[in-house]
Design a binder for this molecule. Structure first.
Ligand SMILES: [Zn+2]
Length: 366
């Protein structure tokens, strides 16, 4: 997610995510062998929830750590470099945009989680401009002591001019500087930038490792209910295999309300409940953003059912509802378009209640 809150310094020293252990070993082994050094410019790309940022910040801390030779599994946490990281004042680290710097002393951090369901203040302008790239160039080109690292988060947010300015830097690699780029949207990067970056194989996740991690991390319960491996598998399927997204989903306020969504829809199309009453009820349950996410998941599975395709949610009985009422494919695409329109409207500060009422009226006619 682009608008996630900056993490605290704990992210530099967090445990290694289990599906990243091979990559960690490869990177750290290379960093210690001058005959096959780490590439100057690397890219961590892939959908949200893979742990790209967790890996990059950990690697950054370790590369900068003065004691890394004695601490192969991660930065020591005690040396001068690690202390600088904790205080957000490391002289050998530059981060773009500034908001992505974990633990920024100039801006008190509010939250640490990666939970997209929570409301996070969205930066007004998240683009990375040519002046931002120019501002880090003295850091890259001036000498100094030790390794220097520049992290560019949400790299797809670079303007064309910024990307071209960065391109010049990529064409003239400096021996003690590493550029680490992160993006959730690799296709939006300029191909010329892409071709000069070494892409980290961050998307390779063993499904069994992911399953085990999510199961252990959730402690066998989701929203106080015992959870089995089929339920964990379902969370991972819905999250397209991204373990951190699966955990966010399990803990989201709306995931446990999927059966309730179906009950509401049933009550609406059979005229047992008015759209206004349903809207009033749901406004007290979850935010509109959550309700939209919930609706998208439910509508997706309704569509699959109607096409006799496998559904993502094995624990919901769609058939018993659909035997009473079947929306047309035109209805489905109209409702999905409406959901998109409301998402855009929400970014423009449309009143949530008005949008909720409108959406519920659409659902009643669905
Ligand atoms: Zn250290």
């Amino acid at each position: 997610m682009q608008n996630q809150a900056a993490p605290t310094s704990a992210i530099y020293f967090a445990p290694l995510l289990p599906w990243q252990s091979t990559l960690w070993e490869q990177m750290t082994t290379r960093a210690q062998h001058p005959d096959k050094p780490l590439p100057h410019a690397m890219l961590a790309a892939g959908m949200s929830g893979l742990g790209k940022r967790a890996f990059i910040w950990r690697l950054t801390a370790w590369l900068l750590c003065n004691q890394r030779g004695n601490h192969p599994m991660g930065a020591c946490g005690h040396c001068e470099s690690c202390h600088w990281l904790k205080s957000g004042t490391h002289p050998n680290l530059q981060v773009l945009p500034r908001a992505s710097l974990p633990c920024d002393p100039q801006e008190p951090v509010t939250t640490t989680n990666d939970d997209s369901s929570k409301k996070v203040t969205k930066p007004k302008d998240s683009t990375i401009k040519v002046d931002d790239i120019r501002a880090i160039q003295p850091f890259i080109y001036q000498g100094g002591q030790g390794l220097k690292i520049c992290v560019i988060d949400n790299a797809e947010q670079m303007t064309i001019a910024a990307a071209n300015a960065l391109l010049k830097t990529l064409e003239e690699p400096q021996s003690f500087v590493h550029l680490l780029l992160i993006t959730d949207f690799k296709a939006k990067l300029l191909p010329t930038i892409n071709s000069r970056l070494q892409q980290l194989p961050i998307q390779r996740i063993d499904p069994e490792v992911a399953l085990d991690f999510v199961q252990r991390s959730l402690g066998g319960v989701i929203q106080k209910e015992a959870v089995n491996s089929a339920q964990i598998q379902q969370l991972l399927t819905i999250s397209r295999g991204a373990p951190l997204s699966a955990m966010t989903l399990a803990q989201s306020p709306w995931y446990g309300k999927r059966a309730l969504w179906l009950t509401t829809w049933q009550a609406l199309f059979s005229n047992k409940r008015s759209a206004i009453a349903a809207s009033d009820y749901w406004q007290k349950e979850v935010s509109l953003t959550d309700f939209i996410q919930l609706s998208e998941l439910m509508i997706g599975d309704i569509q699959s059912c109607l096409l006799s395709l496998p559904v993502l949610q094995q624990d919901i009985d769609f058939q018993s509802v659909l035997q009473h009422h079947q929306p047309s494919f035109d209805d489905i695409s109209a409702l999905l378009s409406e959901l998109n329109a409301i998402k855009i409207a929400l970014q423009q500060n449309v009143q949530e209640k008005v949008a909720y009422d409108k959406l519920m009226a659409q659902l009643a006619a669905f």
